[in-house]
Design a protein around this ligand. Structure first.
Ligand code: ADP
Length: 187
């Protein structure tokens, strides 16, 4: 399976990706996780990404696209992947198409986990208390949601237009949402 996961910050993409990766036997590739690991390790990529992340803005496309292109070329992604957090704007979506064309493969599905902004804001504020992520503060959450609404939400129509979109309600128990996703993909 070759899939992208869409949905606002706090919708549960990372949580669900970790579960779906086991179900489908393909790696979950989270751009946010890769960036955070690089920030933590103090790599040049991390240094470039950090200020954007802390401001709730997208890391520049040329940085992100190169990183994803390299990741998708790794052996474990040859049989499939679940992309979490990429693409995040129409330019990245076009770039993903070009990467997949170069690899000679196609996307099977775009799964969107829906959740309203009030709900996700509450979840992220709660997560802040547990994980202490630098971007889980109220002003940065607001900015991330703004960026989501402006840049990422249009991807729903983009993938729907290709007949690749499935939408699943992100409210409810974690297990329930997983089952909804699995069922939606099987359809
Ligand atoms: P969330 O979806 O909860 O905002 P992520 O872990 O997916 O969290 O992303 C955290 C941050 O990492 C983003 O706010 C952004 O700065 C950066 N980032 C992640 N994915 C991308 C991407 N595809 N393009 C640009 N920046 C990204």
């Amino acid at each position: 399976m070759r899939a992208v996961l869409l949905g606002p910050p706090g919708a549960g993409k990372g949580t669900q990706a970790a579960r779906l990766t086991e179900r489908f036997g393909v790696p979950a590739i989270s751009t946010g996780d890769i960036f955070r690991a690089n920030v933590k390790g103090g790599t040049p990529l991390g240094v470039k990404a950090q200020e954007y992340m802390n401001a709730g803005q997208l890391v520049p496309d040329e940085v992100t696209n190169a990183m994803v292109r390299a990741r998708l070329a790794e052996d474990d992604a040859a049989q499939g992947f679940l992309l979490d957090g990429y693409p995040r704007n129409p330019e990245q979506a076009v770039e993903l198409d070009s990467m997949l064309a170069d690899l000679g493969v196609e996307l099977d599905v775009a799964m969107e986990i829906t959740a309203d902004f009030d709900e996700v804001t509450q979840r992220l504020l709660k997560r802040a208390e547990i994980e202490g992520r630098a971007d889980d503060t109220e002003p940065v959450i607001r900015k991330r949601l703004e960026v989501y609404a402006t840049s990422t939400a249009p991807l729903t129509a983009f993938y729907a237009g290709r007949g690749l979109l499935v939408q699943v309600d992100g409210l409810g128990e974690i297990d329930e949402v997983t089952e909804r996703l699995v069922a939606a993909v099987a359809r």
